[in-house]
Design a protein around this ligand. Structure first.
Ligand code: 8X3
Length: 257
């Protein structure tokens, strides 16, 4: 397995869930970590944990990927030793609300589109030219089963993930002739704060989503991301769709009991 020791992985939305688990999984491979999220305090805690358990270098900064100017300034302003990003994990993303599209609050749409689509594009635009210039790089985008099959009341969230699929495919085509790789990792249900965020802290409603189902855990997805990143340089893993054994696609679940 090709080593990613001392490579630099940049993970957005790294303070919790899949982003956090991915940071820890890369740290176990000896990969240096550039981590951002909106919440700086959580990132600091994670950086301290990683430094003490794995001893790899970690640099953190607070960033809202929705803010294009802030994204550009953050990437341009990176300390010299952190400028060479080898692996970009576009993980920052969220869902807001579960409602009929003709009744939904348009603020929910703005937040999802600005983060999941535009934020991913802004970060990609800021980081990928350096990868092309250096002749080394791998972009790993977080998609979803929701980008493959649309479910009721989730139209705009599903649309952002369908867009992620199109962006990943298009980016791969645009990078043809360069050694930069593009992978989309598309999980179904994962036990994270995803549903709590979707329902704005309504933990009871969020818990019902995972009732009588064993969801994936963030470490399952992190493991897959690291797997994709450690294939030989000639191998480009395009898309990985992964679900718990209890999920058939974004519409079909097997609830026990
Ligand atoms: C998360 C999967 O099905 O909860 O992207 O929307 S789902």
């Amino acid at each position: 397995m090709p080593s990613i020791r001392d490579r630099v992985a940049f993970i957005t939305g790294a303070s919790s869930g899949i982003g956090r688990a991915t940071a820890l999984a890369f740290a176990a491979e000896g990969t240096k970590l550039l981590l951002c999220a909106r919440r700086a305090d959580k990132l600091e805690e994670l950086a301290t944990e990683i430094a003490s358990t794995h001893g790899v270098a970690v640099h953190t900064f607070s960033l809202d990927v929705q803010d294009r100017l802030a994204v550009n300034a953050a990437i341009e302003g990176l300390p010299e030793e952190w400028r060479k990003i080898d692996i970009l994990v576009n993980n920052a993303g969220l869902s807001r609300g579960l409602a009929k599209v003709y009744e939904d609050d348009s603020q929910n749409w703005d937040e999802m589109i600005d983060t999941n689509m535009k934020g991913l594009l802004y970060v990609t635009r800021a980081v990928v030219p350096g990868m092309v210039e250096r002749g080394l790089g791998h972009v790993i985008n977080l998609g979803s089963t929701a980008g493959h099959i649309t479910y009721a009341n989730g139209t705009v969230y599903c649309a952002t993930k369908a867009a992620e699929k199109a962006i990943s495919e298009g980016l791969k085509l645009d990078l043809m002739g360069t050694p930069v790789r593009v992978t989309s990792v598309d999980p179904g249900m994962v036990e994270t704060a995803f549903s709590e965020v979707r329902f704005r802290g309504d933990t009871e409603r969020a818990a019902k989503i995972y009732q009588n189902i064993t969801p994936l855990i963030p470490e399952d997805v992190a493991d897959t991301i690291v797997w994709a990143a450690t294939r030989p340089a000639r191998v480009n893993i395009h898309t990985i769709v992964m679900t718990t054994i209890d999920q058939g696609n974004s519409l079909v679940f097997h609830r026990r009991g």
